[in-house]
Design a protein around this ligand. Sequence first.
Ligand code: GCU
Length: 437
Amino acid sequence: MSVKSDFQSGLLVMAAVLITSSAAGQIADAPDDSVAGIPVNYTEAEIGDYNLPDPLICRDGQVVDNPEIWSGKRRPEICALFEQVQFGHAPPGPEPIRYQVFDSGTSAFDGKAKRTQVTIYFSKDANEPGMDLLYYIPADAGKPVPVLLYIAFTANSMVVDDPGIRQGFIWNREHKKVPADNGRRFDQLNVPAVLARGFGVATVYYGDIEPDFQEGAALGVRNLLAKPENGSPYAGPWGAIAAWSWGLSRCLDYFERDGDVDAGRVAIMGISRLGKTVLWAGALDPRFALIIPVCSGESGAALSRRNYGETIAHITAPARYHYWFVPGYQEYADKVDLLPVDSHMLLAMLAPRPVLLVTGNTDKWSDPYGEFLAALAAGPVYRLLGKEGLNTDKMPPAGVPVLNDIGFYMHDGGHGLVPSDWDVILDFLVKHLQPEN
Ligand code: GCU
């Protein structure tokens, strides 16, 4: 049965109207480019029409008109589709996992913070690599606090300016793990600023979970968990993004044992490919309380069906990032209309939890307007669950945040975080996770 819903016709019309009004006014068209030999479109009028799958209609045509059908049927169905076509199916966490706390509650930042460092091992074998989790709690907390967990491009010792952090190791361009003494990228956490708002803050290096190159699977958790002695059945192909997301859930496992952290209020944040990672981690693991993907772009929060900036064809091109996904994802490069999901459904899977999309008005490759449209299209699911969507169909100008349960903020600038994002991020965290309670 084919059901053409208001949702679908509404979005088509919406796309056409908004293109000529808000988006075009804020993000100017630009000449085509080419990446991996594939042209990149930066002209709104060239995008063409597309139909988004309706998040509130099940595959068998049943309309989702109450929260029970959503959580009992449609949400699991969407989750299975994402596992099947995009990210793959991660095995459950190994039991029991090993933790080695090597720095516990040490005073830091002029006595304002308590610092803890722990290695989380993914297998029973301590010779296998582990992941170093670093976190700070306000020294005067007195009760479990909510925490912002940041997944970083580099080792903890490079992310926070604190001489007490054990020097980590990072993967270099030659695919060797070397001491982390250079390579700072987008990453710097202003720990005192986060603590001052009543939150703890934690960071973990994604390369500790699995290195980010095509042969990386052999050196990270995907290979480790494939070993029968690790007790986690290898459930089929899963991509690097699923592996990094899996690692975030293991951090949360640890926080659930830690009396300083309110494990029911752990937010996750990541930039770019790690923005995609926090989206998938949040979708899969409902224990994460709030999700902040920054410039997550294609195969993150930006609609794949919009031919603007990066597309599935670009991201899965052989010399680029196909290993982030299941092998079959590549097949949608030239038939995106057949993709049974799109990014609005990834956002919908986060409902009713708060999500803040941070984008940049000159980061055209990541298609900020495509992220806005996805957020808009996830709105009906949030509303079904009694939450607030964007409450506007006009993309706010750069610098003007929307901090509803679905939040959107476009900074004036490009790819990654800019310093002023922090005020918005902290306001969003405080509004939704209420550290004073
Ligand atoms: C590339 C890639 C993006 C990704 C980004 C990043 O630009 O094409 O999809 O988000 O790298 O992670 O920095």
